[in-house]
Design a protein around this ligand. Structure first.
Ligand SMILES: *Cc1c(COP(=O)(O)O)cnc(C)c1O
Length: 367
């Protein structure tokens, strides 16, 4: 007879989850902090979103509309898709957790690329399934290797496109090729968190792929486009997946203010364009100013770049030098890229300040 447990025991996958290590944000006393570590909007939120949120203050004693109806209508309108096939969540984190819970269980495998978003292992293990990390080629997801890693136990494939923290992306044709190689019972989760920032012309956000298949969902977020604090994300998928996710999600899973702010932000396409233009300009500028023999920057389509130093020591020293000036970037140990620092695209003065510091580490600087 086995000993009866003397205290509650977590499900098998839970303790395999590495404890979350938040980014460091300490700087010398008196130095003003500039946070370039969380890929937030440097231009704040859409003024219309702020206004919409204010109008809800007097209503906070009532429950929000449970299906985020207004927000789904706004998203449907802006993206030309049916609101009935949208599910909203408190951040796309919520949506990703729900998908894992619905489609993964003990004995199952989920596939992701090596440097993919680090929430995928957490939600997979949280569902007591195994995460399989597929090696990348030059910091980019490798479709052939991913397809070769599919087994009969594979139930979900996660792909962030563009990816965080590498910034690299797969063109539409590569995404289609990956999808075409998957069994129809494998759920393909296309995480388009940085879609608003993509400028590459051969990119597809995934709506077309959702529309022509039964096993693809597109996951999106407002966090990177000015509304990180209100926690709003959403997914677009085929009706049977929408139905399954709606059965398990919290009945009031998006706050009153979050719904209002996000709906206004979705409709404020001018603000989104302003964010994209600012980001594209300084993303290119920063990439050029950093790239050389000492620092390598994979081409990014996100609102951040990954600066790769020659070794871990240099990367550490660069992090320290930036921090001394109050410039907080993200260390990449948790992603298995200890020689890298992820730097969010910020305001011009902050981008220039970053480059000034990194010149001591071999950055060529602006020409
Ligand atoms: C930031 C990010 C998210 C968004 O998370 P939220 O919970 O919506 O804030 C999702 N996927 C990727 C790849 C991200 O980088």
């Amino acid at each position: 007879m086995t000993d009866a447990p003397t205290r509650p025991v977590p499900q098998p996958g839970i303790l395999k989850i590495a404890p979350y290590v938040p980014g460091r944000s300490d700087a010398p006393e008196g130095v003003k902090l500039v946070k370039l570590s969380a890929n937030e909007s440097p231009l704040g939120a859409s003024p219309r979103a702020v206004e919409a949120m204010m109008t809800q203050a007097g209503r906070m004693h009532i429950y929000p509309e449970g299906s985020s109806r207004e927000l789904r209508m706004a998203l449907g309108e802006v993206h030309g898709i049916s609101p009935d096939r949208i599910v909203c969540g408190f951040g796309s984190d919520d949506i990703l957790h729900l998908l894992a819970q619905v489609y993964l269980g003990e004995g199952d495998e989920a596939l992701m690329s090596q440097y993919g978003f680090n929430v995928y292992p957490i939600i997979t293990r949280g569902a007591s399934a195994e995460i399989v990390m597929v090696p990348e080629t030059d910091y980019r997801a490798d479709v052939d290797r991913m397809l070769a890693s599919v087994t009969e136990r594979t139930k979900v494939v996660f792909l962030a496109n563009p990816n965080n923290p590498t910034g690299t992306y797969l063109p539409a044709a590569e995404v289609e090729r990956l999808h075409a190689g998957l069994r129809p019972d494998i759920l393909f989760v296309l995480d388009s968190a940085y879609a608003e920032y993509v400028t590459a012309s051969d990119y597809s956000v995934g709506i077309d792929l959702v529309d022509k298949s039964e096993n693809v969902v597109m996951v999106r977020t407002f966090s990177k486009m000015g509304i990180a604090g209100e926690r709003v994300g959403w997914m677009y998928g085929p009706p049977h997946i929408v139905d399954a996710v709606n059965r398990i999600r919290g009945p009031f899973n998006v706050s009153l203010s979050g719904q209002a702010a996000a709906a206004a932000a979705a409709r404020d396409v001018e603000f989104t364009a302003r964010l994209r233009d600012h980001n594209a300009r300084w993303r290119e500028w920063l990439t050029l100013a950093l790239s050389g023999n000492a620092i390598r920057v994979p081409p990014s389509q996100g609102n951040f770049v990954l600066a790769l130093f020659e070794n871990v020591e240099t990367s550490k020293a660069a992090f320290g030098a930036l921090r001394d000036k109050g410039l907080i970037v993200r260390e990449m140990h948790g992603y298995g890229i200890p020689e890298g620092l992820r730097i969010s695209i910020g305001l011009e003065e902050h981008m220039r300040a970053v480059v000034e510091v990194l010149k001591a580490f071999g950055a060529p600087g602006a020409n």
